[in-house]
Design a protein around this ligand. Sequence first.
Ligand SMILES: C[S@@+](CC[C@H](N)C(=O)[O-])C[C@H]1O[C@@H](n2cnc3c(N)ncnc32)[C@H](O)[C@@H]1O
Length: 243
Amino acid sequence: MKALRHFDASWKSFRIQIEDWLTPWLISVRKHSDTLIIVGASGGYNLPLKQVGKFKRLIVLDPDPSAEWIFRGRLIRHAPKTKITWIRRDYFRDTSGAEWVAFLNKHPQTPVLFSNFLGQLFLLLAKSSDIEQWKRNFIQTVASRSWASFHDRFSCSVAPLTSGFEENGFSERLSNAELLERFYTGPKFRKVELQDHETETFFPKDLQAMYFHWAITSQTHHLIEGMFQIRVPRDRLHLVESK
Ligand SMILES: C[S@@+](CC[C@H](N)C(=O)[O-])C[C@H]1O[C@@H](n2cnc3c(N)ncnc32)[C@H](O)[C@@H]1O
């Protein structure tokens, strides 16, 4: 409901930033795959549905039953023929990674979009010593395919200092300490509490990233990180080479 209330007004600028950042990735991966896996789609509020709907088939993972009907209802306006397979099973509680990898193996080479999902995982997973190891291994599970993720790094009641940042485009990925220095320095942050969404260790530092500000409400501001990779499937490479 919160999503529906804020959908048009305060989320617009974030939606446009995500669309600008994600569309080139969607166009590229569609050249090699007519299917896209989306993890944590919710109602698709922040996704560029026109582009997403150009895939012939979407495999969507989200256990929220109301999300499915909102997503279907919104997508159909852009893409009535796109086939949606909605899966409610939770593949992420098993921190051995075995269930997630078994799912991926059923869809080899299909690109994966983590849609504002990884920054919520700390709420779902019980703390244990092997979680950090699992997070460090996570990138390996998608290393051989195209993937994209936008996810929370920090949130708080005051907007991060992103102005002037978006124009710089991609930067090297920043550590928590670097993010705090770049986006949260100054008197207005002295008395506010920052929530760390525990996504620092999901990806190595040597990747490129983009940073966005999402004002969920006037009192809730998220610093979102966007990253992607494009991998041309081996059989497609062969086809191109043999021409
Ligand atoms: C922060 S919301 C993101 C919503 C949407 N992508 C957006 O940007 O507005 C996280 C979503 O992850 C979903 N989720 C929770 N557990 C999940 C799981 N195990 N697998 C896939 N999605 C899950 C939630 O139902 C929720 O829709």
